[in-house]
Design a protein around this ligand. Structure first.
Ligand code: GLU
Length: 305
């Protein structure tokens, strides 16, 4: 039987989770538990150069320390490249992909030219219709191609549980990078569907990627989950939270003398929620409670100790 709601938290193990990540994880956990759903953690370690097992373990440790319960059988994206490759091969067989030889710089320059319906920074389609001779020339120049999805500026509207109505246009998103690594958007769509995830709660820096993911879900025949994008956490200077802003990880805060419960309660309060064990807070939860503005970390955390 299909579980009614399944939420997830999908960190990339490229560093220790900071309080912004922990706050998003809390929102994801409570969102799922509030409707009696379950919750999975997935390790998004596509970036082999920067992902480590130590970071993975510290992330799992911190989530459990805050009181989250989840299945210890955690999937890692690094073990699923063959699955993503198969999906990319399927889209290619359907004529929905093309090879792209552009460098980052070429894309940046071309994307700054006005390009009609496409969103800011969207790929302008330079390699969409290369002739066989043009392709041969680029291959001869030694550039390995990335694989992109062939789209037609499709536009999708979603109703985000926090942000409300959001509409975005799709561009020719990368499916496989030119170093052979499957792209985030493919892996996330494939895995959310495979894991029966029905509720995606994450940082609102990913809101603009959501229409791309909805487009891929449609192409692959997957239902779309519900979405909730949590506002960012800022440092004292109004910039997105980073290490330099002070005590920003659970370990930093513990070293400052904050208990895990105090950190948990501070993060709950920052979300607009009552304090206490997460499963108890979940019992009285409604998305309308969540604070919609970015949150600045408390003064006493703005120190390196
Ligand atoms: N792995 C992504 C990150 O850590 C999150 C992806 C998602 O939640 O869809 O930023």
């Amino acid at each position: 039987m299909r579980i009614v709601t399944r939420g997830r938290f999908a960190p990339s193990p490229t560093g220790v989770l900071h309080v912004g990540n922990l706050r998003t994880a809390i929102a994801a956990y409570i969102g799922a538990r509030a409707v009696g759903g379950d919750f999975v953690v997935r390790i998004e370690d596509l970036d082999r150069a920067n992902s480590t097992v130590e970071h993975e373990q510290s992330q799992i440790h911190d989530l459990r320390a805050l009181g989250m319960e989840f299945d210890p059988a955690i999937i890692r994206q690094s073990e699923r490249f063959a699955v993503y490759d198969e999906v990319i091969a399927d889209l290619t067989a359907r004529g929905l992909t093309y090879e792209c030889f552009c460098s980052r710089r070429e894309i940046r320059e071309a994307a700054s030219a006005p390009n009609g319906a496409l969103p800011d920074g969207a790929y302008p389609g330079t390699c969409r219709d290369l002739s066989a001779a043009e392709k041969r020339e680029r291959v001869r120049a030694g550039r390995p191609p990335a694989i992109r999805l062939r789209t037609n500026a499709e536009s999708y509207e979603l109703v985000d549980a926090i942000r409300g109505v959001y509409r975005g246009t799709v561009d020719d998103v990368v499916l496989r990078r030119n170093d052979g690594v499957p792209a985030y958007n493919v892996a996330v769509v494939v895995d959310d569907a495979w894991q029966d995830v029905t509720q995606v709660v994450r940082g609102d820096d990913l809101l603009s990627s959501t229409p791309r993911q909805i487009h891929l879900q449609r192409l692959l025949g997957h239902a779309s989950p519900e979405y909730a994008h949590v506002p960012l956490v800022l440092g004292a200077d109004g910039e997105r939270l980073a290490k330099r802003h002070g005590a920003v990880t659970l370990a930093d805060l513990t070293a400052l003398g904050e208990s895990v419960q105090v950190v948990r309660d501070e993060l709950l309060t920052s979300l607009g929620l009552p304090t206490g064990p997460l499963d108890e807070v979940a019992r009285r939860f409604d998305w309308s409670q969540i604070d919609k503005s970015p949150w600045t970390i408390p003064l006493r955390w703005q120190t390196r100790g």
